[in-house]
Design a protein around this ligand. Structure first.
Ligand SMILES: Cc1cc2nc3c(=O)[nH]c(=O)nc-3n(C[C@H](O)[C@H](O)[C@H](O)COP(=O)(O)OP(=O)(O)OC[C@H]3O[C@@H](n4cnc5c(N)ncnc54)[C@H](O)[C@@H]3O)c2cc1C
Length: 459
């Protein structure tokens, strides 16, 4: 609509509306991935759900593009845009725990660090990611796996209800009874259907865990990966573990003469009874000598924050992800060829297990569809200097090309890059048509398209 200005938006919102020329504009436009260096027309620091409704209405009426930002961790930088509006929810970080009902309600800008701090005070947790600075919003809406998923299910499986502002500016509470089609779509369908202003989760008792990294010589990784492909299915579900390749950081538990070497890594998190940890981890420890190990008892929030320093905001990132139902000899060979070539300290590959509880949910029970996949791999190229972008991206692409023939066609939407948009349909498999129909109901004009986009079904 002609004549609508940013000043009109200022009048409609309680939170700050930051525009080019404001002293905090450069800070406000930043997201986690420095390659997403974009210049929005305005960043709205939403102060409440009313502000979210105002921004959505303003975007729709003015025709400006709309980016929605929670934790800002999107690999393609979907939390920002050029010349459009950013609904920045990162100031809304409250978490209210209901210990009697084992639930927690969280604001959309909360990170997993915020969430875990609040729930840990009650000895409770839900499945979150492996880094504490990631936002609960984007992770939950894409599916979500992490240290607790083998026993508790995906993050989206623990979502009980959500408040959503839809493209027409309506505020809806969704759960299994209210707008169940929308609630189904939110559990894996990403930011396609509206702006979630509140998430309610199921919690379970989780307090101290036995967790941390083990580092191995590269020549032990073939045996470790072969062991892992069975162990990831058979190990007790309170054990989450993932192997990968990693440049050894300069940390005191690693021998100084190995700092900077590329090594194999296995990160473990045992959330069962502490006295059982040694027996559960014994088969892994017996497999190969460790170059270094820092596994021990710690509060659950501590393992969630243990690797934050390796992945600080402001670096230049390029990601690819894929699913596999098994780790074949072929894919192990691909990992052994490309994993040792990690190009920087923050670059890595992780092979996450999504076995156990996530696989007991039917593929059509939530939008997240790849329930029979046992492994979700992420290849993460990270550099500091733009002149290293080409080499970092080439490493990820070559690696991905090598694992692809041994992987499913789809991957986890939250591990996709901007050039993966053509994989969205295959990622949602048999759920895609239903998602497109829900999209038509709640966002027929595709206002929410800065995401791994599901296009509205034709009328
Ligand atoms: C360091 C790092 C570690 C990670 N580890 C894990 C992991 O262990 N497990 C895992 O599953 N994933 C992991 N991820 C991937 C992560 O799930 C995605 O990057 C996720 O999108 C991040 O959510 P966010 O809120 O921080 O991101 P944002 O960039 O703020 O948002 C991501 C997407 O969600 C949409 N969105 C955000 N908030 C809302 C909202 N309130 N309503 C509607 N849409 C919204 C955005 O528009 C965007 O499309 C990791 C990512 C990083 C960078």
């Amino acid at each position: 609509m002609a004549g609508i200005t940013i000043d009109d938006l200022r009048e409609r919102t309680r939170g700050a509306v930051i525009t080019p020329g404001d002293s905090d504009y450069d800070e406000a436009r930043k997201v986690y991935n420095a390659t997403a260096d974009r210049r929005p027309a305005a960043v709205v620091r939403c102060a409440n759900a009313g502000d979210v409704m105002a921004v959505v209405n303003h975007a729709r009426e003015s025709g400006l593009e709309l980016a929605v930002r929670g934790g800002g961790h999107s690999a393609p930088g979907f939390g920002t845009c050029d010349d459009g509006l950013v609904a920045d929810l990162s100031g809304l970080r409250g978490v209210r725990v209901d210990p009697a009902n084992l639930t927690a309600r969280a604001d959309p800008g909360a990170t997993w660090g915020d969430f875990n701090a609040a729930t840990h005070a009650f000895g409770l947790a839900t499945t979150g990611g492996i880094i504490s600075t990631t936002g609960i919003a984007g992770l939950t809406l894409g599916g979500g796996f992490g240290y607790l998923c083998r026993s508790m299910g995906m993050t989206c499986d623990n979502l009980l209800s959500a408040d959503v502002v839809t493209a027409d500016g309506r505020f809806l509470t969704t759960d299994a009874q209210q707008h169940p089609d929308l609630f189904w779509a939110l559990r894996g369908g990403g930011g396609n259907f509206g702006v979630v202003t509140s998430f309610e989760y199921r919690l379970a008792p989780v307090d101290t865990v036995v967790a941390g990294p083990m580092l191995f010589e590269l020549d032990q990784m073939e045996g470790i990966l072969r062991f892992y492909r069975e162990f990831a299915e058979d190990a007790p579900e309170q054990l989450f573990l993932f192997p990968g390749f990693q440049t050894a950081p300069p940390l005191p538990f690693i021998p100084e003469d190995r700092h900077g070497d590329v090594l194999g890594i296995v990160v473990v998190c045992w959330s069962g009874p502490a006295e059982q940890a040694d027996a559960v981890l014994r088969p892994l420890r017996d497999l190969a000598p460790r170059v270094a190990e820092a596994v021990g008892p710690m509060p659950y929030p501590a393992i969630n924050a243990a690797f934050d320093a390796l992945l600080p905001p402001g670096l230049r990132e390029y990601w690819k992800g894929s699913f596999a139902t098994e780790l074949t000899d072929g894919v192990i060979a691909a990992h052994l060829e490309h994993g040792p070539k990690v190009p920087s300290l923050s670059s890595t590959v992780h092979i996450y297990p999504v076995t156990g509880a996530p696989q007991r949910v039917a593929p059509d029970a939530t939008a997240y569809a790849y329930r029979e996949a046992s492994f979700s791999t992420v290849i993460l190229g990270v550099c500091d200097d733009p002149s290293d972008d080409a080499a970092s991206t080439a490493w990820v692409r070559d690696y991905y090309a090598a694992v692809s023939p041994h992987s499913e066609p789809g991957g986890y939407v939250n591990f996709m890059s901007a050039d993966d948009g053509d994989r969205v349909e295959v990622n949602y498999r048999g759920n895609y048509d239903r998602l497109a129909a829900v999209k038509r109901t709640y966002d027929p004009d595709n206002l929410f398209h800065l995401n791994q986009n599901i296009r509205p079904a034709a009328a």
